[in-house]
Write a protein that binds this ligand. Sequence first.
Ligand code: PLP
Ligand code: COI
Length: 366
Amino acid sequence: MPASTALTFDVKPNQKPLAESDRLKAFENLGFGTLFSDHMAVIRWTSEKGWHSGEITARAPFPIDPASSVLHYAQEIFEGMKAYRAADGRVVLFRPEENARRFNESARRMAMPELPEQAFLDAVEKLVRIDAKWIPEGEGSLYLRPFMFASETFLGVRPSKEYIFCVIASPVGPYFKGGAKPVKIWVSENFTRAALGGTGAAKCGGNYAASLVAQAEAVEHGCDQVVFLDAAEHRWVEELGGMNVFFVMDDGSVLTPPLGGTILPGITRKSLIQLARDEGIVVEEKQYSFEEWRADAASGRLREAFACGTAAVVAGIGTVKFKGGEFQIGTGETGPVTTKLRQALVGIQRGQGNDQHGWLHPIEGI
Ligand code: PLP
Ligand code: COI
């Protein structure tokens, strides 16, 4: 698609949308990622035509050839973002341009075609507009999952010549079953998530496939999430299976592992760094070892720790478990700095805070 030509979308409304009474019933007990809206956005790419055939259509399975290259070589990337119903009734997205940009960074790493940012944003907006009634009121939100996969029927190992981009939407409540309760984290000492030169900074499905056995180990040990250490030394704290991590020290400063190619550059992470600095908090992007983590938790130098991401928002970390035992962070409860940063972020996302950086992207006409 030439840069100047906007992609158009054929809109084919779902002829059998879920009945309102069933939708409202499903809204009564929202978890994460189990319920889906009536529509999806789809755009196709071929090496001959580029991006074409944009459509908003009824959510439905894709017919996939068994030789489709994604099924063999895992050329797949995705994004995670949310639409919120703001306090004043507006429907808003939070920094969606950042998702569009990161999607293309992931595409480049995985040898996939880049999608013009405007087409990404249009697909998301059009889906939210047609499925606006799927945005839950109150604390829930509509989780949006843009993704792209290799759809060429071909078993040779090279980048596919055909791709499907799609956005689906899922009304969600809290990511963790315990709601606002602090989470328990399992330190993976055997498995690593990403090495330098690998795909750790890309949001590709393969990273999550590689994390599942470690996440299962976390669950076996009664934990909510796994935290990974670096691949080279098994020493430095990197990130959780699906979230970035922050530490709050006794001098009030905040520390988070630096982006060095092995962790996902989280949009929540970036936003919280800014919000903390706006509050006058010193934030360092600095390596932090598991050894230091344990020692600082014991000495009281470490006051709080929290996980953050689009799905999880901001979740206090109460307990850390590892092969040799476990330790508590601070009082084991969500601390005051974590709570303050969470409130600042959620306040902006819900249209109640001061959006001084212009992060909200209202969707007009809903
Ligand atoms: N790290 C990983 C591995 C993730 O899957 C996510 C979630 O998307 C994050 C960090 C947080 O990123 P974001 O704040 O952009 O959702
Ligand atoms: C997100 O927060 O959007 C993610 O992709 C992480 C995953 C835990 C769902």
